[in-house]
Structures are given as C-alpha cells and as structure tokens.
Ligand binder design. Structure first.
Ligand SMILES: [Zn+2]
Length: 426
C-alpha cells in the first residue's frame, strides 16, 4: 500500500521536508506540550524579517525549522504541479496515527477521502474567496481537534482571497491556536498572489513542474494506463498531472485538444481568424457548462427543499421573501463559478496552443528538446520552415499575451480575436 505522498509526482525535496515536519508534529503531540504552549515554530517576522526571507524561512527558536513543525504553510507551483495534492497529503500525515502518512490508518484514509472531521478544505468555486466564508472557517479552526491531533485548514487557490478575507486569515495566522495548522496553496509568493504579511508568516514549500517521465510513471502505476498512451499524455499535458490523466482517459478531452491544435492550419484569412476565435470561445463555454450544470441543478433543488418551496399557511409568505434572497445569492455564486470554469477551460486551450508554437520555435532553432505535441510535430515543423524562429516566437508571444490579457480581465472574446489575428498575420 503506497503512503499518502505517493501521488506527489517529481517533488522529492518537498516530500522529504513534509515527512520531517510530520514527524516533528507527532513528537509535539507525544510530548503533550502543544496544549500548554505553542511549541510550533512561528515562521514570522517577529523574529526578524531577514531570516523570514532567506534560507528556507528560518526563524530562531528551540526547534530547527528545517526539520520542525510550523503552523502555517504555503505550497507554491505552476498549475498541475500538485499544490493541493501536497497539502492534502501533509494533512493526512498530520492526522496519521503513526505520524508518517502511512496511507492505511483511519486518519490517513478519512483525510485523503475528504471526510476527516478536523480537516477543512476550502475550494473557491467563484472568482474569489469572500470574507464571510473565511471568518466562519477561522472560527471553526480555533476549536479543539475532535480527533485529538490537529485542526487543519487547507485553502486551495489562496491567491483568490479577497482583501478582507486575507485580513481575517492573517489574524488567525498571527495568533494561531496551538493545535491549528493552515495550509495555503498559491501559484507563487508574488504579492499579486499572496499578501506580503501572510507570506512572511508562512513556511514556503515550492513545487516544480514535474518532468513528463515522472507524470507518465504515475499514470501507469496508479491509473493502469498503457505506457505509450501515458507518455504521450504526459508530454501533451506539459507537466500538469490532472490534465495528463484526463487526456489519457477521456475521449472528449482528446477531441477538444485536437480541435484547438487544428487552429493554426485553419487561419487562412481574416474571416477564418474570427471564426476560429468564436469556435475556441464556444468550445470553452460548452466544456464549462458540462462541468457545472449538474452541480447547479442539485444545489438549487437542495436549497428549495430546505426552504420548503411550495409551502402554504401562516408564515409562508414571509419565508418565501427570505427564500428569494437566498436563491438570488445562490444564483450569484453559481454564475461566478461558471465564469471561473469558462476561464479555466479557455486557459487550458491556450496552453495547448502555446505548446504548438513552442514546438515550432524549438524546431526552427534546431534545439534538441522533445516536442510538447508529438502528434502535431510535423505541422509544427512545417510552420518552423515557413515562419522561421522569429515568426514562431511572435506567434508564441501572441498566445501568451492573450492569456495575460484575460488574466487582467480583458473580455475573453476580444483577447482571443486579437490573438487569432496576430497568429494569422504573424
Ligand atoms: Zn496513517
């Protein structure tokens, strides 16, 4: 039986650090000191800003911070590198009966399955995590762990915290309850992603983009995918483990990718460029709709049942007035989630497209690297001949500029149309 860190692909250094910390945390519990005094190492600037910024966020203290336990962590890395996988595995190791993340005990099992009473996972469904959600979470995190070990709060996409929510979280991290551990996930520690004050109080675990070979290995071992399919999917997904698995297993995902990679040869004129833009946007909308519709319907039905829709008699009118407000609130949340899903789908398409032009560029430069998309390598080679390195680079930059524009809130259709025109003109 593999332990809880087995799925953390290509992150050997991070795993060593997390194992040490989990062992240190178990030692804290065994010594029974956690209730009397916060024995955890604070990685905060209280002990000196310089030390917080250098050498693995060392903070002076009785415990060596490279091996000791810390109450607040940030897992950083590119999408798909396994930030939330790492956070969940670490949470399991903290709840593990043996303190190792054995993968077999109830603590490990329930944490990995998402049902441990002392592990809360915040997954933002919309574009941001609001202050109300964060306050409720911080409050619950302060309670005594029912399992007698740690209260663990995992915040996925901590870069989507609103400022007010960030402040609520900061307060909790500044004065942490002795048995509470916060695990944040963010793309980077850039101030755009995570506030400087929060970052200064957290220990940072940087994750790398896992090499394609490591991703392929896990697809074969864990998911039973044929080695040649796994290798192709790992390369095509550019280090994104979840995406690689989807490509290997889901024919719809493969079809969508093929449609995206057909874009370059379809750009034969202005009209074709606009058509390609529409097709890309509509495909992203369809993919997003498929992923959220089911959840939307179920949520609405659950809320209506809870509100006693269709009820009559005294008080029903007043109740329905309140209910309208709640339904409106739900619709707002669902709309925000749909927007997020559309952006994520579009971004995946743009990453695929960028991979194609990157292949053309490396071929024009005769760089000795394997192509991202082996199945369109011939087409990329033809592009390399026609455009030269400079032309391939300009096109790659057009795709990256489109991603940046959407990230900066430019309307997706406008950004994609501008990109398609740039790709056509070169
Ligand atoms: Zn265990």
């Amino acid at each position: 039986m593999p332990d809880v860190f087995a799925d953390l692909v290509g992150q050997d250094e991070a795993v060593v650090e997390l194992r040490r910390a989990a062992a240190a945390a178990a030692a804290v519990l065994r010594a029974g000191v956690a209730d009397r005094a916060p024995a955890l190492v604070a990685a905060g600037p209280a002990s000196g800003d310089e030390s917080a910024r250098t050498a693995g966020d060392a903070a002076p203290g009785a415990v060596d911070p490279s091996t000791g336990m810390t109450h607040a962590w940030i897992f950083t890395g590119p999408p798909g590198s396994g930030r939330s996988v790492a956070a969940r595995a670490f949470a399991a190791a903290l709840q593990c009966r043996h303190g190792t993340g054995c993968g077999e005990c109830p603590g490990c099992h329930t944490t990995m399955g998402g049902t441990h009473a002392d592990v809360r996972m915040v997954v933002p469904e919309g574009l941001s995590i609001g202050v109300g959600e964060m306050r409720a979470l911080v409050l619950r995190a302060a309670s005594t762990p029912s399992g007698g070990r740690w209260q663990v709060v995992i915040i996925e996409d901590a870069d989507r915290l609103t400022e007010a929510a960030g402040n609520a979280l900061l307060k909790a991290i500044e004065e942490p309850p002795p048995r509470t551990v916060f695990l944040l996930c963010a793309p980077s520690t850039h101030p755009d992603d995570i506030s400087v004050t929060i970052r200064s109080r957290c220990r940072v675990v940087p994750l790398r983009q896992p090499p394609a070979a490591a991703v392929a290995e896990v697809l074969v071992r864990r998911d039973g995918i044929a080695p040649d399919v796994a290798q192709w999917a790992a390369a095509a997904a550019q280090g994104h483990v979840g995406r690689a698995r989807r490509l290997a297993r889901d024919p719809e995902a493969r079809k969508r990718r093929e449609a995206v990679l057909a874009v370059p040869r379809r750009l034969t004129g202005v009209g074709a460029a606009f058509d390609a833009a529409s097709a890309l946007i509509e495909a992203a909308e369809a993919e997003a709709a498929a992923s959220v519709t089911e959840a939307d319907t179920a949520e609405r039905a659950a809320l209506e049942t809870a509100l006693g829709a269709g009820g009559t008699g005294r008080g029903a009118a007043g109740a329905m007035r309140g209910a309208a407000g709640q339904l409106k609130e739900l619709e707002k949340r669902q709309k925000s989630r749909a927007t997020r899903a559309q952006r994520d789908a579009l971004d995946r398409a743009l990453v695929d497209l960028a991979g194609f032009y990157r292949d053309a560029l490396t071929m024009a430069l005769r760089a000795p690297v394997a192509p991202v998309h082996t199945d369109t390598a011939a087409l990329a080679g033809a592009g390399a001949q026609k455009w030269d390195a400079e032309g391939a680079l300009r096109r790659l930059e057009a795709v990256l500029a489109c991603r940046a524009a959407i990230e900066a809130n430019v309307k997706p259709r406008i950004a994609v149309e501008a990109m398609m025109l740039a790709l056509w003109k070169g």
